[in-house]
Design a protein around this ligand. Structure first.
Ligand code: ADP
Ligand code: SF4
Length: 688
């Protein structure tokens, strides 16, 4: 197939200062939880994106100088020559496929607590550092000598970046994370000298850095700047109109303006709260203020919407972070006319949790993300099986669907049996909850892929029992039967079933997703701490109900701090009139309602309720798996060579864990047993 002509403008080259991108696909900087700890894993991840057709591929934020760093978060560094091999490897990897390599230099200023280097943080003005952990550390105000030093460090950083092979150098002044923004913003710049006060003064540092970096390396590298499109903190900040004024004032200074909405939480808003192209109005008209190219983001996954951005002159380049994670081959798939094969980002922000938990990022849609080097998983290439063995997969949730897809790619004869009349398992239900419709893409992408494979058969309305599995006679069996929500309150607070008595309605998320709707006074008890309780509160809140959400945590939906949506969830529920009761467990339930206890003091109180929804924990639905284990002799008699339980049926977790489990099963079936060996590569620091 070939490219649909209407997408041609996405493939037009564009000059950015002294370099030229071959197309308009611009992978903006994004974290990955690997950074300096896993440089080869990061380099390979970026290489795969270059292979997938991105014209520009950026690093994550790269800490410019040791006087400003964001430990415990793991990014890249360009502190001295010791960092050069990792950075060069990344640039070389990106260049393998004719893409431009970009590096984002960051001086974290008031965002850097310097927990690792123990340097005293410096920023535009003296104030406590502004970090996710609210570290009890202050940044001191930079004096003129400090600013002079900062300018020299930027020049040196640029020279190192150029020598490491980078084509574009971006100075980071967005998301509240870069010193340029700290100077631009009236929230963080309280100076009275020529670097504070008027917008001209507040933008002085940005202008100096841009022109000096251009002087240093501008003949070979494009110098760009990434700015927040609006940052408002208690009436102070750097507003959208000021962004426009700054761009008007310095319109030709950078080689490109890179525009990103407000705080990281705004820019990377989840699909639950933000549509595709959410920052459209904030960018509108900026194109007319400069002759330099502009790039913006918007969780763009639709080629039609992308091309509209370019043709209307709204943007010159399509900036993507999450869409490039979920689909590293997005440009190539558009180019080759395979738009239906695009694995669209679902906007769940699980990728961000890898950075927030300093682990390593994963993607719900693309389980090979950050496993390209560690496990050798290429998102588009699979080891073909030598003998066409058959595999029976029981359960078509995210785990079963992904296992079937990967095994189908590998050439196995796959049969996927699903009890219900719908594919997708939990996703087929959760996609109907408020704000979660985009999550349905997990099922839609896989269902379409499977429909294209002649070696995969799917049977719906086929709830299999032990006899049927044995009779089927497959060479391999995977059990992916998922999990159910518990109805007894067991989770983190109650390690054994809660005391429940009397005549009161008790519901679980499964009941709600099956269409049951409690009425009247409703208490939702959240000892799960991810999205489910908040989503159910949103769903049940109406004029006939009064909803109270009780949680032992100090935060509503606490784990969503890692998906950057916790504050929005709290605001949303409070706005809907949900009564939020924090730091309290539900101790007992009786016909009058619930008895709660303070997590710290144990002091009890009661809340009257007609119905209670327990969002506590999920239990594996592993009856079939256990029964099969009980008939091992028959399994052997039927010559079943392997049996495995995967996904939530083994151990419940977010959807990304299930697609990973299905993917891993699909990749590893028939591969040599590695025994006790580590199943992935890693880089261990060698002591000097
Ligand atoms: P996971 O997240 O691990 O993929 P899900 O709960 O999303 O798990 O999906 C499990 C799927 O398995 C559900 O669609 C469910 O209907 C199906 N299922 C459960 N038991 C059986 C069975 N015995 N036979 C066929 N399908 C089953
Ligand atoms: Fe998109 Fe979710 Fe993948 Fe992140 S983890 S890229 S938000 S699908």
């Amino acid at each position: 197939m070939s490219r649909d002509k209407r997408y041609d403008s996405l493939f037009e080259p564009l000059a950015i200062g002294p370099v030229t991108t071959k197309n308009r696909f611009y992978q903006v900087p994004h974290c990955n939880g690997g950074g300096y700890r896993d440089p080869s894993a990061v380099a390979e991840m970026r290489r795969v994106k270059a292979e997938g057709g991105w014209g520009v591929v950026f690093t994550e934020q790269v800490e410019l100088h040791h006087t400003s760093e964001i430990t415990p978060y793991i990014e890249l560094r360009i502190w001295d020559d010791d960092d050069m091999p990792a950075l060069s490897k990344m640039a070389d990897s990106i260049h393998e496929y004719d893409a431009l390599a970009g590096i984002e230099l960051t001086y974290s200023g008031v965002n850097g607590p310097n927990l690792y280097t123990r340097e005293v943080p410096m920023s535009a003005s003296a104030m406590p550092v502004r970090t996710f952990f609210k570290d009890p550390v202050h940044a001191r105000q930079m004096d003129k000598k400090d600013i002079k030093n900062l300018r020299r460090w930027h020049r040196n950083g640029c020279i190192r970046a150029r020598d490491a092979g980078y084509d574009l150098i971006c100075l980071y002044g967005a998301h509240g994370f870069g010193v340029i923004q700290h100077f631009l913003s009236t929230a963080t710049n309280h100076r009275t000298d020529e670097y504070g006060g008027s917008l001209e003064n507040r933008s002085r540092l940005m202008a100096e850095l841009l022109s000096e970096c251009k002087d240093a390396v501008g003949d070979t590298c494009a110098i760009t700047v990434r700015l927040s499109l609006d940052e408002m903190v208690n009436g102070l900040g750097f507003s959208n109109s000021e962004v426009r004024d700054v761009i008007g004032m310095h319109s030709e200074l950078p080689d490109l303006w890179d525009l990103a909405h407000g705080a990281w939480e705004d820019c990377s808003g989840p699909s639950r709260f933000k549509e595709e192209d959410a920052q459209h109005s904030l960018v509108d008209g900026i194109r007319d203020l400069t002759s330099k190219p502009i790039v913006g983001v918007g969780r763009f996954t639709s080629p039609d919407l992308m091309v509209k951005q370019i043709r209307s002159g709204h943007l010159d380049l399509i900036g993507c972070a999450r869409p490039s994670i979920a689909e590293p081959f997005l440009p190539n798939k558009i180019d080759s006319g395979n738009v239906e094969d695009i694995r669209e980002c679902i906007g769940c922000n699980i990728c961000i949790t890898g950075d927030m938990t300093m682990s390593i990022s994963r993607c719900t849609q693309n389980p090979s993300f950050m496993e390209e080097w560690r496990r050798g998983w290429h998102p588009e290439k699979y080891t073909k099986t030598k003998d066409t063995q058959s595999v029976l997969i029981v359960g078509a949730g995210p785990a079963g669907l992904e296992a079937a897809r990967v095994l189908g790619e590998r050439g196995y004869q796959v049969v996927l049996a699903e009890a219900s009349d719908e594919l997708g398992g939990r996703v087929s239900k959760e996609r109907h909850l408020p704000g979660l419709s985009a999550w349905g893409r997990v099922a839609d992408y896989r269902t379409y892929q499977l429909s294209q494979m002649s070696n995969v058969e799917i049977y719906k309305k086929s709830k299999l029992d032990v006899e049927q599995v044995l009779e089927f006679g497959a060479d391999h069996v995977a059990i992916a039967t998922g999990s159910v929500w518990r109805k007894d309150g067991v989770a983190r607070h109650h390690l054994f079933p809660m005391e429940i008595s009397g005549d009161i309605g008790i519901f679980t998320p499964d009941d709600i997703m099956s269409g049951h709707r409690p009425t009247g006074e409703i208490v939702i008890y959240d000892d799960d701490h991810y999205y489910m309780a908040g989503v159910i509160a949103e769903l049940l809140c109406n004029s006939d109900t009064h909803v109270t959400l009780v949680t032992p945590s100090p935060f509503v939906s606490e784990w969503t701090i890692n998906t950057l949506e916790q504050a929005t969830i709290h605001q949303k529920l409070a706005g809907l009139g949900v009564n939020l009761v924090l730091n309290r467990s539900v101790e007992r339930i009786d016909s009058n309602g619930v008895t709660t206890a303070c997590t710290y003091t144990g002091t009890e109180a009661s809340i009257s309720a007609d119905n209670v929804v327990l969002v506590t924990t999920q239990a594996p639905q592993d009856g079939l798996w256990k029964a099969l284990q009980g008939v091992e002799n028959q399994v052997q008699e039927r010559a079943i060579q392997s049996m495995q339980v995967i996904g939530d049926a083994l151990s419940p977790a977010p959807i990304a864990w299930a697609t990973f489990a299905g993917h891993r099963y699909g990749r590893e079936l028939g591969q040599a047993d590695i025994g006790d060996a580590l199943p992935f590569k890693r880089e261990v620091v060698k002591p000097t």
